[in-house]
Design a protein around this ligand. Structure first.
Ligand SMILES: C[S@@+](CC[C@H](N)C(=O)[O-])C[C@H]1O[C@@H](n2cnc3c(N)ncnc32)[C@H](O)[C@@H]1O
Length: 494
């Protein structure tokens, strides 16, 4: 572990040398930076071309994992080489120095910047190497997805469950008064501690499984990207802690959701990135609703993708560095046997958002929405919560009395057979947020088209009923449930 003084001096060196995402991109160029995102270092190493200025040295040492001349490192990090070697963050090898962990700059679209400490990226330049069970993952696409879906509003207490390299806490520290971060893996606690020290953020780090280290606490916001990978049972020494738990199938995700709800303060939010099982003969959305309803929380579940068992197994065997290894086929078979025992036919991947309300009947919305969305999606999730509050407060008479306005970002699309006078489909599509699309029949399209704030919904439905020569009360009964959904999903506002 580094002393506080060494951390501060390392931070100063990073600031002095502008060791930032933008500067690294400027140094190696956008295409080489994208290649690095694909785990390919060749373009970036070529761009640096053996330069020994401090920014080139830091970039070579950490993101590129290159051996660097000892004198150049000593010059870039004056007085720091020895303590970093003593702390096993760097290692010397004759005249060369190598990184033992990764320390790389971080920047996000919410303005979070800093440095993140994690284990070295495995599989650079396709080198196949098995991953150690206590491996601490760096910032991954899943980390970014969770950061983007988190609602960034000021909160009192926030929990980063399974902090890993600490990236979620970097974000939380910007809008939470207090941040608690937990992890089962002592190595993660150590590396996250370095991340927090380098960024000078105050995070209460606690070692332990799931919610055990925070039993009795309440939080306004809990975010987690837990180890949700559904892999065959393994011993503690074999299990990859960063992605696998000891629960069968998706039991860990159910635990995170159900137990997390208990730790939410009134009005609090739990945001989980997760995988869930599609079991043969059982509707996946009903299964998730069965987990969620007992919590008494409002919920928004978005399934972003589904994979069949083969796609899933191949994805995670490759992630573990096992593609090309001699036991790949045997592990593939084992995994398939496990899925057969579970009666699992597909895997859903997506987001679970719970919101603690005092409502008698919580609003649980579960949907498959694999289409393009606006990122970050957090503001749309916050807006959805407000829209649900509004819709739940209004009885049918209120809904009919309201002068609704169709949201500014909604466009209407008509799809017609060439030459035909009438459209085959009318679609109302959002341009922002979830970019949802709903199909409307002639009556609903007429009603939505007239929602400009002039007339109440009741007046509009009556007028449309007269034009179409249909019964007004029947049209009210047909349209109101859809209007409720359109209010919740942000198509209609007051
Ligand atoms: C996929 S990583 C997420 C890391 C980080 N939060 C992020 O967003 O990138 C999952 C983290 O959960 C931790 N973990 C695994 N099992 C756990 C458990 N039972 N309780 C708490 N944390 C656990 C792992 O050590 C790992 O750091």
């Amino acid at each position: 572990m580094l002393s506080r003084d060494v951390c501060l001096r390392l931070r100063s060196a990073f600031l002095d040398h502008n060791y930032s995402v933008d500067a690294v991109v400027d140094l190696i160029g956008e295409p080489a930076h994208r290649a690095l995102g694909r785990n390919s270092t060749v373009a970036a190493v070529r761009a640096i071309g053996g330069r020994t200025d401090p920014l080139s040295v830091l970039t070579s040492l950490w993101p590129l994992q290159q051996p660097v001349d000892r004198a150049a490192v000593a010059q870039a990090l004056p007085g720091l080489l020895e303590p970093l070697v003593a702390a096993e963050l760097l290692a010397t090898d004759g005249p060369l120095v190598r990184a033992m962990v990764d320390i790389r700059p971080y920047a996000s679209d919410d303005g979070s910047t800093g440095w993140v400490v994690s284990d070295l990226s495995p599989g650079l330049d396709t080198v196949v190497s098995p991953i150690r069970p206590d491996f601490v993952l760096g910032v991954s696409p899943a980390s970014t997805t969770l950061a983007q879906l988190t609602v960034r509003q000021p909160v009192g207490r926030a929990l980063d469950l399974g902090t890993g390299c600490g990236v979620q806490s970097l974000h939380l520290a910007r809008h939470a008064d207090t941040v608690v971060a937990t992890d089962l893996n002592p190595r993660a606690i150590e590396l996250a501690g370095l991340t927090f020290a380098l960024n000078q953020i105050d995070v209460d780090l606690r070692l332990g499984s799931m919610y055990e280290p925070v039993e009795g606490d309440l939080f306004d916001l809990i975010v987690t990207n837990p180890p949700y990978v559904m892999s065959p049972p393994q011993s503690d020494s074999e299990r990859l802690t960063y992605r696998e738990g000891e629960w069968a199938a998706d039991g860990l995700v159910r635990h995170v959701v159900q137990r997390g709800a208990d730790l939410l303060a009134a009005g609090g939010t739990l945001q989980v990135l997760a995988n869930w099982a599609h079991l043969r003969g059982r509707d996946w959305a009903d299964r998730l609703a069965d987990w969620i309803r007992p919590t008494g929380c409002d919920a928004l579940v978005i399934q972003r993708e589904t994979l069949d068992p083969y796609e899933y197994i191949e994805l995670w065997l490759t992630d573990a560095g096992l593609a090309g290894s001699s036991d790949y086929v045997q592990r593939y078979r084992q995994w398939l046997d496990y899925f057969e025992r579970l009666d699992l036919e597909a895997i859903g991947m997506g987001w679970i958002v719970l919101h603690k309300t005092a409502r008698a009947t919580p609003q649980v919305q579960i949907e498959h929405w694999p289409y393009g969305i606006e990122q970050p999606i957090g503001p749309a999730i916050a807006a959805h919560r407000l829209a649900v509050e509004l819709e739940q407060q209004l009885d049918d008479a209120d809904l009919l009395a309201t002068r609704w306005v169709i949201a500014e970002d909604v466009i209407e699309e008509s799809v017609a057979t060439p030459g035909s006078a009438d459209p085959r489909h009318i679609i109302f599509r959002q341009q922002r947020g979830f970019r949802r699309a709903v199909e409307a029949d002639t009556a609903l399209a007429g009603i939505l088209g007239a929602c400009d704030g002039e007339l109440s919904l009741g007046q509009i439905i009556n007028t449309v009923a007269q034009i179409l020569a249909v019964d007004g009360s029947a049209l009210v009964a047909e349209v109101l449930p859809r209007v409720r959904m359109l209010v919740r999903d942000g198509f209609l506002a007051r």
